[in-house]
Design a protein around this ligand. Structure first.
Ligand code: EPZ
Length: 429
């Protein structure tokens, strides 16, 4: 079993470059299904979810050619609807975009129910609401979601009951070539949705209003191929900002869009962290003590839910009691038990973690219970006394490009080790 081993106490210093956004790369890779022409996608992060998305497309008949470490050429001319492998699809939430892409290109879809990190119930009722509004008939059977459009795909007006990144993305994919116009009200505004719309418009789509809560999609006949570079990953950037603050470091984080980091920057400054913004980088310094704060996660431009576990690790170091309220998912607190193993004093009351800071963290064997929880354990390990061993690191490698190498280059005492899996057999009595 692979593990990440950290000996804490080293302040991070130097430069780190942010990779392309995972949550922009996944919908854009899958959106390439919408055109029979070739697409070239640049600035892809080297992460397992991107490899998985490309593998799924290959299984569906696409030709996928890496033109470099971070650049891929995709030709989906021969892709067949309904051919995505069930066992691969269920490994990530991003697979749900296959529904919108298959409906948009073929007028029908057949995709296994998507997987993804376990934050409690993750329904797709809003995805279905969007598809039905534009004329799809949905049937869920034997673990598959099936969509047909007997009367074609016809533009419509949809008001989402819940602000949903996935449902917004899926309805954009399904309606870009609809007959007529679609309006999405109460749409999600995340930068990765703007990036998807920019990609699709570069392919000839006609999408306006993305980044606001009303998106307008004028159906076009056909999309052509294009070359497109993914935006930087705001959550990866925020993770390094918190790691620098946690270790009393001084780190320049490059290849970022500072605007995307506004809520993270504001909260860190409230805690007494110094943030210096430049055109495409931020410098994070922390010398003094950290102030306690309250955080509530919300859809963009609010404080990102994907920064919740990392922020809790940081707040363990602040003096006083802080509160982190999860405003997006049902239950994202599985990581708290792992932090308690390291000496953190955290209570969870409903959707709020109550963090009593100032208790020194000590290294321990812990588990990455999901992607961002894994990042939180790394941050805690960077400041804990002694050795922290993190297992189940495949969760981390789904979404962080070379996090061990990048932290090592900042001076962290961190490495990845391979250990034979220990199988515990019952003792013969
Ligand atoms: C995307 O998940 C991201 N995943 C998540 O990032 C991120 O945490 C989330 O958006 C919020 O920003 C990808 O981009 C692959 P939602 P998604 O639909 O689309 C409820 C990471 O760490 N909801 O915006 O699944 C839902 O239960 C991952 O990179 C419905 O009720 O999130 C949740 O409470 C983790 N009905 C809320 O909306 C629906 O039909 C927001 O979910 C859909 C969602």
């Amino acid at each position: 079993m692979d593990k990440i081993v950290i000996h804490g106490g080293v302040p991070l210093r130097g430069n780190v470059e942010i990779s392309g956004s995972k949550n922009a790369a996944l919908p854009i890779i899958i959106a390439s299904i919408l055109t029979e022409d070739v697409c070239v996608i640049e600035n892809l992060p080297c992460i397992n979810d991107v490899s998985l998305a490309l593998d799924i497309l290959k299984h569906m008949g696409a030709s996928v050619r890496m033109l470099g470490k971070n650049t891929v050429e995709i030709d989906t001319k021969n892709v067949r609807a309904g051919s995505s492998p069930y066992d691969l699809v269920r490994r990530m939430r991003g697979s749900s975009y296959l529904l919108g892409a298959e409906i948009g290109r073929f007028g029908h879809a057949h995709v296994g129910w998507p997987g993804g990190c376990d934050f409690g119930v993750r329904p797709i009722d809003q995805h279905i609401k969007g598809f039905e509004a534009i004329g799809a008939k949905i049937n869920i059977e034997s673990g598959y979601i099936e969509a047909t459009t007997p009367n074609g795909i016809n533009g419509s007006q949809v008001y989402f009951d819940v602000v949903s990144v996935g449902a917004t993305i899926n309805l954009i994919l399904a309606s870009v070539m609809a007959n007529g116009n679609t309006v999405i009200d109460n749409a999600a505004k995340e930068p990765h949705i703007v990036d998807l719309a920019n990609f699709l418009n570069t392919c000839g789509a006609n999408i306006t209003g993305v980044g606001t809560d009303v998106i307008k999609i004028k159906g076009v006949k056909k999309l052509h191929g294009c070359t497109y570079a993914i935006i930087p990953d705001m959550i990866e950037a925020g993770t390094y900002m918190i790691a620098a603050a946690a270790t009393k470091g001084n780190v320049r984080i490059t290849n970022v869009i500072p605007k995307h980091l506004d809520s993270i920057t504001a909260k860190l400054e409230e805690m007494g962290v110094e943030i210096e913004e430049h055109d495409d980088s931020v410098i994070v310094r922390r010398k003094g003590e950290l102030n306690r704060v309250n955080v509530k996660t919300l859809p963009y431009p609010g404080f990102p839910t994907d920064m919740h576990p990392q922020m809790t690790s940081l707040l363990c170091l602040a003096h006083g009691v802080s509160y982190v309220t999860e405003g997006v998912f049902e239950n994202r607190f599985k990581y708290v038990d792992e932090l308690r193993r390291m000496g953190a004093s955290i209570k969870v009351d409903g959707k709020t973690a109550i963090i009593e800071g100032g208790h020194p963290l000590s290294g321990a064997p812990v588990i990455a219970v999901d992607l961002r929880a894994g990042a939180a354990m790394i941050i805690a390990g960077l400041v804990a006394t002694g050795k922290t061993e993190i297992s189940e690191i495949s969760s981390i490698e789904r979404g962080y490009d070379d996090i061990v190498g990048k932290l090592h280059s900042l001076g962290a005492n961190i490495k990845k080790i391979q250990e034979p899996d220990t199988i515990y057999l019952p003792k013969a009595n």
